[in-house]
Design a protein around this ligand. Sequence first.
Ligand code: TRP
Length: 332
Amino acid sequence: MDEKKVMLSGIQPSGDLHLGNYLGAIKTWVDRTEEFDNYYFMADMHTITVRQNPADLRRRTLEQLALYIACGLDPEKNTLFIQSHVHQHAELGWVLQCYTMFGELSRMTQFKDKSAKHKENINGGLFAYPSLMAADILLYQPDLVPVGEDQKQHCELTRDVAQRFNSIYGDVFKVPEPYIPKAGARVMSLNAPDSKMSKSLPEGCIFLMEKPEDIQRKFKRAITDSDTENCVRFDPAAKPGVSNLMSIYSAITGRTFEQIEAEFAGCGYGAFKPAVGEAVVECLRPIREEATRILADKAYLESVYKAGAEKASYVANKTLRKVYKKLGFVAR
Ligand code: TRP
């Protein structure tokens, strides 16, 4: 059991979890639970780089945990925790800021994007965020870090920082590999299929806790392609809208694109869109119901995040002690 490789990832509770988070991330974590020793956390400390409403942040953090469990992440087999409950993240985050270069942080595309979007609040945390993310990762000495394409640059920076630190102080950190799940799981916005599904495009985004009728409405209004063919065929370049719907349908039903093309041969988009909507509604129904049940059981939820924080702190602390010693901090 000790030989299992370590896998770690986190999602910021800055928006409600959606189908892209589920099919692109959480589902792949669930599928690989047995293979790895797993750490998954709510990255609440990262969210405050942008102003948050405190009540919403608290609700979303707990809802995210309930959804992780409802999606199938068994708390007995996955260490599920809230980032701010494990103080070693903040501590190592500070240390690693001192080993991350101003130039490196300036080159991060997410920093450039977010500072363009929030011109009134370009704060130090927004800039230094990748150092905290490096700490999140390196504390647990993971082998694999599953992330979306947009986080690849931060993972590469994490590797550079780890290597830099190791070259000065010896082998302190394992240098992790980013793990980008296959393209099929990359869910695009239903009404802008050239953008990733995200909460900032709510009409094209299916939230995991959303009501079935709202889900169905969004699918019926999904953009299909302006070709005259009106035929369900997988071709992401020429038919991004239909291909996205096919990817969603494939990820949920396990059917291949060929099978889906055969299933809907001669049907046109008008029949295909509600069929995908129906599959999504039925896939999310038990998840939503289970999450609602878990959210009502505050004592259970608390027992999960407390046990998770305890286990995570134990591991994180081992790494942090090693780092402090190497740096020359006097032992407590
Ligand atoms: N930065 C990630 C995002 O915005 C979330 C995150 C924070 C993360 N720390 C992490 C992901 C560590 C993987 C590993 O999506």
